[in-house]
Design a protein around this ligand. Sequence first.
Ligand SMILES: [Zn+2]
Length: 162
Amino acid sequence: MKIIYAPWRMDYLMQDKSKINECVFCVEDKSFDNKYMLYRGKYSFIKLNMFPYNCGHTLVIPYVHTKELNNLSYEAGAEIMLLISKSCDILTEVYKCDGINVGLNLGKAAGAGIEKHLHFHIIPRWEGDVSFYSTCSDLRVVCELLDDTYAKLINHFKGLEI
Ligand SMILES: [Zn+2]
């Protein structure tokens, strides 16, 4: 049997089970001190993805609970685009990545893990970061712990001005 260590999942396992049926992004919105929260804007917030596809995987999430792009106000949409842009700048500076995937999965068929609340993915990429593990065994290697990612990024996001 193979063993893969993912110590950040312990927080998920130990969480208050009474909140399991609540929208995870709406629950996270309620406290600025929430773990891995990077920035709070007027209409949206930025936090690390708890289940990253790659190092530095960040999410921009509107406060409004919706799965429809049409339900975002013009102001919310504009802020989200600005926060995505600023996040790309910070991730490029900190991680010296070769490229970035920016994406939105609308609906389960499109790959949305949490389809009831919109969230935009920002994923740093490096040339050759898809190893043979991903190709041959449907396994992705994330080479940094979330606590380390957070420690690298938080001061950059604290100084963010929009
Ligand atoms: Zn929600």
